[in-house]
Design a protein around this ligand. Sequence first.
Ligand SMILES: Cc1cc2nc3c(=O)[nH]c(=O)nc-3n(C[C@H](O)[C@H](O)[C@H](O)COP(=O)(O)OP(=O)(O)OC[C@H]3O[C@@H](n4cnc5c(N)ncnc54)[C@H](O)[C@@H]3O)c2cc1C
Length: 331
Amino acid sequence: MNQDVVIVGGGPAGLSAALTLGRGRKQVLLCDGGVRRNAAADQIHNFVTRDGTPPREFRRVAREQLGAYPSVSLRDAAVVDVAREGELLRVRTDDGAEHLTRRVLLTVGVVDEVPDIPGARGLWGHSIAQCPYCHGWEVRGLPWGVLAPSAKLAEWALLLTGWTDDLVVFSEGADLPPDVMARLAQGRVRVEPRRIRRLLGETQLEAVELEDGARLARRMLFMHPRQRPVPLVERLGLALDEQGFVRVDDQKQSSMPGVHVAGDAATPLQSAIIASSAGMMAAALLNHALTVEAALPSEGQAMSASLGDRAEWPRKHPRRPNGSPDVKRAR
Ligand SMILES: Cc1cc2nc3c(=O)[nH]c(=O)nc-3n(C[C@H](O)[C@H](O)[C@H](O)COP(=O)(O)OP(=O)(O)OC[C@H]3O[C@@H](n4cnc5c(N)ncnc54)[C@H](O)[C@@H]3O)c2cc1C
Protein backbone atom coordinates (compact mmCIF):
# COMPACT_ATOMS: atom_id res chain seq x y z
CA MET A 1 0.00 0.00 0.00
CA ASN A 2 1.27 3.49 -0.77
CA GLN A 3 1.89 5.75 2.18
CA ASP A 4 1.13 9.37 2.88
CA VAL A 5 4.28 9.67 5.00
CA VAL A 6 7.18 7.30 5.63
CA ILE A 7 8.85 8.26 8.90
CA VAL A 8 12.48 7.19 9.12
CA GLY A 9 13.63 6.76 12.73
CA GLY A 10 11.72 5.56 15.79
CA GLY A 11 13.14 7.74 18.55
CA PRO A 12 11.14 10.40 20.41
CA ALA A 13 10.77 12.59 17.29
CA GLY A 14 9.61 9.82 14.96
CA LEU A 15 7.27 8.20 17.47
CA SER A 16 5.66 11.52 18.26
CA ALA A 17 5.30 12.32 14.55
CA ALA A 18 3.66 8.94 13.93
CA LEU A 19 1.13 9.62 16.68
CA THR A 20 0.25 13.02 15.26
CA LEU A 21 -0.10 11.74 11.69
CA GLY A 22 -2.02 8.67 12.83
CA ARG A 23 -4.47 10.88 14.68
CA GLY A 24 -4.66 12.99 11.51
CA ARG A 25 -5.84 9.84 9.66
CA LYS A 26 -2.83 9.66 7.41
CA GLN A 27 -1.38 6.41 6.12
CA VAL A 28 1.98 6.19 7.90
CA LEU A 29 4.86 3.75 7.87
CA LEU A 30 7.53 4.19 10.53
CA CYS A 31 10.84 2.46 9.77
CA ASP A 32 13.36 2.16 12.58
CA GLY A 33 16.78 0.62 12.37
CA GLY A 34 20.28 1.47 13.42
CA VAL A 35 21.81 2.85 16.58
CA ARG A 36 19.80 4.98 18.99
CA ARG A 37 21.57 7.97 20.45
CA ASN A 38 20.57 7.32 24.04
CA ALA A 39 20.92 3.53 23.78
CA ALA A 40 23.71 3.56 26.38
CA ALA A 41 21.70 5.57 28.91
CA ASP A 42 19.91 3.70 31.69
CA GLN A 43 17.10 6.22 32.07
CA ILE A 44 15.56 9.23 30.37
CA HIS A 45 15.40 12.23 32.66
CA ASN A 46 13.76 15.63 32.49
CA PHE A 47 10.77 14.50 30.40
CA VAL A 48 7.66 15.35 32.36
CA THR A 49 5.67 12.19 33.27
CA ARG A 50 8.60 10.06 31.99
CA ASP A 51 11.39 11.09 34.39
CA GLY A 52 13.50 8.00 35.08
CA THR A 53 11.96 5.84 32.34
CA PRO A 54 14.42 3.47 30.59
CA PRO A 55 14.68 4.37 26.86
CA ARG A 56 13.51 0.87 25.91
CA GLU A 57 10.36 1.27 28.00
CA PHE A 58 9.71 4.71 26.47
CA ARG A 59 9.71 3.19 22.99
CA ARG A 60 7.65 0.16 24.08
CA VAL A 61 4.85 2.34 25.46
CA ALA A 62 4.94 4.63 22.41
CA ARG A 63 4.72 1.68 20.03
CA GLU A 64 1.91 0.13 22.05
CA GLN A 65 -0.06 3.37 21.92
CA LEU A 66 0.52 3.66 18.16
CA GLY A 67 -1.14 0.26 17.86
CA ALA A 68 -4.48 1.99 18.44
CA TYR A 69 -4.18 3.75 15.07
CA PRO A 70 -4.86 1.36 12.17
CA SER A 71 -3.31 3.66 9.57
CA VAL A 72 0.08 3.55 11.33
CA SER A 73 2.39 0.61 10.73
CA LEU A 74 5.88 -0.05 12.08
CA ARG A 75 8.80 -1.82 10.50
CA ASP A 76 12.11 -2.66 12.17
CA ALA A 77 14.29 -1.94 9.18
CA ALA A 78 16.80 0.72 8.17
CA VAL A 79 16.04 2.94 5.22
CA VAL A 80 18.94 2.83 2.79
CA ASP A 81 17.68 5.12 0.04
CA VAL A 82 15.01 7.63 -0.91
CA ALA A 83 14.51 8.57 -4.56
CA ARG A 84 11.92 10.59 -6.40
CA GLU A 85 9.62 8.58 -8.62
CA GLY A 86 7.23 10.80 -10.52
CA GLU A 87 5.02 12.51 -7.99
CA LEU A 88 6.04 10.16 -5.22
CA LEU A 89 9.13 9.14 -3.31
CA ARG A 90 10.42 5.60 -3.35
CA VAL A 91 11.83 4.45 0.00
CA ARG A 92 14.06 1.37 0.10
CA THR A 93 14.82 -0.53 3.30
CA ASP A 94 17.69 -2.86 4.12
CA ASP A 95 15.36 -5.88 4.14
CA GLY A 96 14.80 -5.38 0.42
CA ALA A 97 11.32 -3.82 0.66
CA GLU A 98 10.29 -0.68 -1.25
CA HIS A 99 7.55 1.76 -0.33
CA LEU A 100 6.00 4.59 -2.31
CA THR A 101 5.01 7.64 -0.33
CA ARG A 102 3.92 11.24 -0.78
CA ARG A 103 6.39 12.58 1.78
CA VAL A 104 9.27 11.35 3.91
CA LEU A 105 9.98 12.57 7.42
CA LEU A 106 13.52 11.88 8.60
CA THR A 107 13.80 11.65 12.40
CA VAL A 108 17.09 9.80 12.30
CA GLY A 109 19.03 11.58 15.05
CA VAL A 110 22.79 12.08 14.76
CA VAL A 111 25.96 10.07 15.36
CA ASP A 112 27.98 11.03 18.44
CA GLU A 113 31.72 10.76 17.91
CA VAL A 114 32.79 9.84 21.43
CA PRO A 115 36.47 10.90 21.77
CA ASP A 116 39.04 8.20 21.34
CA ILE A 117 40.11 8.26 25.01
CA PRO A 118 40.70 4.75 26.38
CA GLY A 119 37.79 3.86 28.65
CA ALA A 120 35.44 6.53 27.27
CA ARG A 121 33.21 4.31 25.16
CA GLY A 122 32.23 2.01 28.04
CA LEU A 123 31.43 4.96 30.29
CA TRP A 124 29.42 6.88 27.68
CA GLY A 125 25.82 7.31 28.85
CA HIS A 126 26.68 6.15 32.37
CA SER A 127 29.43 8.39 33.76
CA ILE A 128 29.94 10.49 30.65
CA ALA A 129 27.15 12.73 29.45
CA GLN A 130 26.64 15.93 27.52
CA CYS A 131 23.50 17.33 29.15
CA PRO A 132 23.47 18.28 32.83
CA TYR A 133 19.69 18.69 32.75
CA CYS A 134 19.47 15.00 31.79
CA HIS A 135 22.17 13.52 34.01
CA GLY A 136 23.25 16.13 36.57
CA TRP A 137 20.79 15.64 39.41
CA GLU A 138 21.73 12.01 40.12
CA VAL A 139 25.39 12.96 40.70
CA ARG A 140 24.90 16.41 42.21
CA GLY A 141 27.60 17.54 44.61
CA LEU A 142 30.06 14.82 43.51
CA PRO A 143 33.49 15.42 41.87
CA TRP A 144 32.90 16.22 38.20
CA GLY A 145 35.13 16.90 35.24
CA VAL A 146 34.39 18.58 31.96
CA LEU A 147 36.34 18.01 28.78
CA ALA A 148 36.79 21.54 27.50
CA PRO A 149 39.61 22.03 25.00
CA SER A 150 38.22 25.40 23.81
CA ALA A 151 37.19 28.73 25.28
CA LYS A 152 33.54 28.10 24.39
CA LEU A 153 33.42 24.77 26.20
CA ALA A 154 35.38 26.12 29.16
CA GLU A 155 32.82 28.93 29.47
CA TRP A 156 30.06 26.29 29.35
CA ALA A 157 31.71 24.65 32.38
CA LEU A 158 30.50 27.55 34.52
CA LEU A 159 26.94 26.27 34.02
CA LEU A 160 27.90 22.99 35.66
CA THR A 161 28.74 24.75 38.93
CA GLY A 162 24.98 24.79 39.45
CA TRP A 163 25.23 21.08 40.22
CA THR A 164 28.60 20.70 41.94
CA ASP A 165 31.23 22.79 43.72
CA ASP A 166 33.94 20.27 42.79
CA LEU A 167 34.58 20.83 39.10
CA VAL A 168 37.75 20.37 37.04
CA VAL A 169 38.07 21.60 33.46
CA PHE A 170 40.29 19.28 31.41
CA SER A 171 41.62 21.67 28.79
CA GLU A 172 43.83 19.07 27.03
CA GLY A 173 46.64 21.59 26.75
CA ALA A 174 44.50 24.21 24.97
CA ASP A 175 45.52 27.83 25.46
CA LEU A 176 42.41 29.24 27.15
CA PRO A 177 42.09 33.06 26.94
CA PRO A 178 42.97 34.98 30.15
CA ASP A 179 39.44 36.33 30.58
CA VAL A 180 38.00 32.79 30.47
CA MET A 181 40.65 31.57 32.93
CA ALA A 182 39.75 34.49 35.23
CA ARG A 183 36.03 33.69 35.06
CA LEU A 184 36.69 30.01 35.83
CA ALA A 185 38.90 30.93 38.77
CA GLN A 186 36.22 33.30 40.05
CA GLY A 187 33.69 30.46 39.78
CA ARG A 188 36.10 28.21 41.74
CA VAL A 189 36.55 25.90 38.74
CA ARG A 190 40.00 24.31 38.56
CA VAL A 191 41.73 23.98 35.17
CA GLU A 192 43.82 20.89 34.46
CA PRO A 193 46.03 21.44 31.36
CA ARG A 194 47.62 17.98 31.33
CA ARG A 195 46.21 15.67 28.69
CA ILE A 196 44.00 12.74 29.63
CA ARG A 197 45.65 9.34 29.13
CA ARG A 198 42.66 7.16 30.07
CA LEU A 199 39.52 6.92 32.15
CA LEU A 200 39.32 4.40 34.96
CA GLY A 201 36.15 2.53 35.88
CA GLU A 202 33.92 -0.02 34.15
CA THR A 203 30.46 1.56 34.00
CA GLN A 204 31.15 4.01 36.84
CA LEU A 205 33.95 6.55 36.40
CA GLU A 206 36.42 6.34 39.26
CA ALA A 207 39.34 8.50 38.15
CA VAL A 208 40.86 10.39 35.25
CA GLU A 209 44.45 9.36 34.57
CA LEU A 210 46.64 12.11 33.13
CA GLU A 211 49.56 11.92 30.71
CA ASP A 212 52.14 11.78 33.52
CA GLY A 213 50.28 9.02 35.38
CA ALA A 214 48.68 11.28 38.00
CA ARG A 215 45.10 10.34 38.85
CA LEU A 216 42.23 12.64 39.74
CA ALA A 217 39.23 11.00 41.39
CA ARG A 218 36.10 12.00 39.37
CA ARG A 219 32.59 10.50 39.33
CA MET A 220 31.20 12.24 36.27
CA LEU A 221 32.63 13.67 33.07
CA PHE A 222 30.70 16.03 30.83
CA MET A 223 31.66 16.63 27.23
CA HIS A 224 30.21 17.72 23.91
CA PRO A 225 31.39 15.09 21.43
CA ARG A 226 31.44 16.08 17.79
CA GLN A 227 28.32 14.98 15.97
CA ARG A 228 27.92 13.96 12.36
CA PRO A 229 24.86 13.16 10.24
CA VAL A 230 23.70 9.56 10.02
CA PRO A 231 24.74 7.69 6.83
CA LEU A 232 21.33 8.15 5.16
CA VAL A 233 21.57 11.95 5.39
CA GLU A 234 25.01 11.78 3.80
CA ARG A 235 23.79 9.44 1.10
CA LEU A 236 20.93 11.75 0.17
CA GLY A 237 23.32 14.71 0.12
CA LEU A 238 20.99 16.93 2.13
CA ALA A 239 22.23 20.49 2.65
CA LEU A 240 23.61 21.11 6.13
CA ASP A 241 23.79 24.31 8.13
CA GLU A 242 27.04 25.81 9.41
CA GLN A 243 26.91 23.59 12.51
CA GLY A 244 26.46 20.42 10.46
CA PHE A 245 22.74 19.85 11.09
CA VAL A 246 20.26 19.30 8.26
CA ARG A 247 19.05 22.64 6.96
CA VAL A 248 15.24 22.88 6.92
CA ASP A 249 12.79 25.59 5.90
CA ASP A 250 9.82 26.82 7.91
CA GLN A 251 7.86 23.73 6.82
CA LYS A 252 10.74 21.51 8.10
CA GLN A 253 11.52 20.54 4.51
CA SER A 254 15.12 19.75 3.61
CA SER A 255 16.96 20.58 0.39
CA MET A 256 15.43 17.42 -1.13
CA PRO A 257 11.83 18.23 -2.09
CA GLY A 258 9.32 16.16 -0.14
CA VAL A 259 11.88 15.06 2.45
CA HIS A 260 11.27 16.72 5.81
CA VAL A 261 13.48 16.50 8.91
CA ALA A 262 12.88 16.86 12.66
CA GLY A 263 14.55 16.08 15.97
CA ASP A 264 18.26 15.97 16.75
CA ALA A 265 19.15 15.64 13.07
CA ALA A 266 18.13 19.26 12.52
CA THR A 267 19.14 21.05 15.71
CA PRO A 268 21.84 21.32 18.37
CA LEU A 269 19.07 21.78 20.98
CA GLN A 270 18.82 18.15 21.91
CA SER A 271 16.66 16.37 24.44
CA ALA A 272 13.95 13.75 24.25
CA ILE A 273 11.13 16.18 24.99
CA ILE A 274 12.45 18.75 22.50
CA ALA A 275 12.73 16.03 19.84
CA SER A 276 9.20 14.81 20.60
CA SER A 277 7.90 18.32 20.28
CA ALA A 278 9.77 18.86 17.00
CA GLY A 279 8.40 15.58 15.66
CA MET A 280 4.86 16.61 16.53
CA MET A 281 5.36 20.03 14.93
CA ALA A 282 6.81 18.62 11.69
CA ALA A 283 4.02 16.05 11.51
CA ALA A 284 1.33 18.69 12.03
CA LEU A 285 2.81 20.80 9.22
CA LEU A 286 2.91 17.76 6.95
CA ASN A 287 -0.62 16.74 7.88
CA HIS A 288 -1.86 20.23 7.11
CA ALA A 289 -0.13 20.35 3.73
CA LEU A 290 -1.30 16.89 2.69
CA THR A 291 -4.87 17.55 3.79
CA VAL A 292 -5.05 20.90 1.98
CA GLU A 293 -3.57 19.32 -1.15
CA ALA A 294 -6.42 16.83 -1.08
CA ALA A 295 -9.14 19.34 -0.27
CA LEU A 296 -8.19 22.29 -2.51
CA PRO A 297 -7.00 21.31 -5.99
CA SER A 298 -5.49 24.73 -6.78
CA GLU A 299 -3.42 24.82 -3.61
CA GLY A 300 -2.46 21.21 -4.22
CA GLN A 301 -1.04 22.23 -7.59
CA ALA A 302 0.99 24.99 -6.02
CA MET A 303 2.36 22.63 -3.38
CA SER A 304 3.20 19.97 -5.91
CA ALA A 305 4.98 22.58 -8.01
CA SER A 306 7.01 23.52 -4.95
CA LEU A 307 8.09 19.88 -4.72
CA GLY A 308 9.83 20.30 -8.04
CA ASP A 309 7.28 18.68 -10.33
CA ARG A 310 3.99 19.63 -11.97
CA ALA A 311 1.88 16.95 -10.36
CA GLU A 312 -1.72 17.74 -9.60
CA TRP A 313 -2.11 15.67 -6.52
CA PRO A 314 -5.75 15.99 -5.59
CA ARG A 315 -7.09 15.68 -9.14
CA LYS A 316 -4.96 12.66 -9.91
CA HIS A 317 -5.50 11.06 -6.52
CA PRO A 318 -9.16 11.13 -5.44
CA ARG A 319 -9.87 11.07 -1.74
CA ARG A 320 -10.16 7.80 0.08
CA PRO A 321 -13.08 7.34 2.49
CA ASN A 322 -10.77 8.21 5.40
CA GLY A 323 -10.04 11.58 3.84
CA SER A 324 -6.55 10.83 2.62
CA PRO A 325 -5.86 10.88 -1.13
CA ASP A 326 -5.66 7.45 -2.70
CA VAL A 327 -2.19 7.58 -4.17
CA LYS A 328 -1.69 5.08 -6.96
CA ARG A 329 1.70 3.62 -7.73
CA ALA A 330 3.57 6.11 -9.88
CA ARG A 331 5.16 4.99 -13.12
C1 LIG B 1 23.90 9.03 26.22
C2 LIG B 1 22.71 9.94 26.05
C3 LIG B 1 21.81 10.11 27.09
C4 LIG B 1 20.72 10.96 26.93
N1 LIG B 1 19.88 11.16 27.98
C5 LIG B 1 18.83 11.98 27.83
C6 LIG B 1 17.92 12.19 28.90
O1 LIG B 1 18.09 11.65 29.99
N2 LIG B 1 16.88 13.04 28.70
C7 LIG B 1 16.68 13.65 27.51
O2 LIG B 1 15.70 14.39 27.37
N3 LIG B 1 17.51 13.48 26.47
C8 LIG B 1 18.58 12.65 26.61
N4 LIG B 1 19.43 12.46 25.57
C9 LIG B 1 19.15 13.13 24.30
C10 LIG B 1 18.03 12.37 23.60
O3 LIG B 1 18.27 10.99 23.64
C11 LIG B 1 17.92 12.84 22.15
O4 LIG B 1 17.82 14.25 22.11
C12 LIG B 1 16.69 12.22 21.50
O5 LIG B 1 16.74 10.80 21.57
C13 LIG B 1 16.59 12.65 20.05
O6 LIG B 1 15.48 12.05 19.48
P1 LIG B 1 15.39 11.80 17.91
O7 LIG B 1 14.10 11.09 17.72
O8 LIG B 1 15.65 13.05 17.17
O9 LIG B 1 16.62 10.84 17.57
P2 LIG B 1 17.02 9.41 18.16
O10 LIG B 1 16.46 9.20 19.53
O11 LIG B 1 18.49 9.32 18.00
O12 LIG B 1 16.30 8.40 17.20
C14 LIG B 1 16.70 8.26 15.87
C15 LIG B 1 16.27 6.88 15.40
O13 LIG B 1 16.48 6.81 13.99
C16 LIG B 1 17.01 5.54 13.71
N5 LIG B 1 17.67 5.59 12.40
C17 LIG B 1 18.81 6.23 12.04
N6 LIG B 1 19.07 6.04 10.73
C18 LIG B 1 18.05 5.28 10.26
C19 LIG B 1 17.74 4.74 8.99
N7 LIG B 1 18.53 4.95 7.94
N8 LIG B 1 16.64 3.99 8.86
C20 LIG B 1 15.82 3.76 9.91
N9 LIG B 1 16.06 4.24 11.14
C21 LIG B 1 17.16 4.99 11.32
C22 LIG B 1 17.92 5.22 14.87
O14 LIG B 1 18.16 3.86 15.00
C23 LIG B 1 17.09 5.76 16.03
O15 LIG B 1 16.20 4.77 16.53
C24 LIG B 1 20.53 11.63 25.70
C25 LIG B 1 21.43 11.45 24.64
C26 LIG B 1 22.51 10.61 24.81
C27 LIG B 1 23.48 10.43 23.67
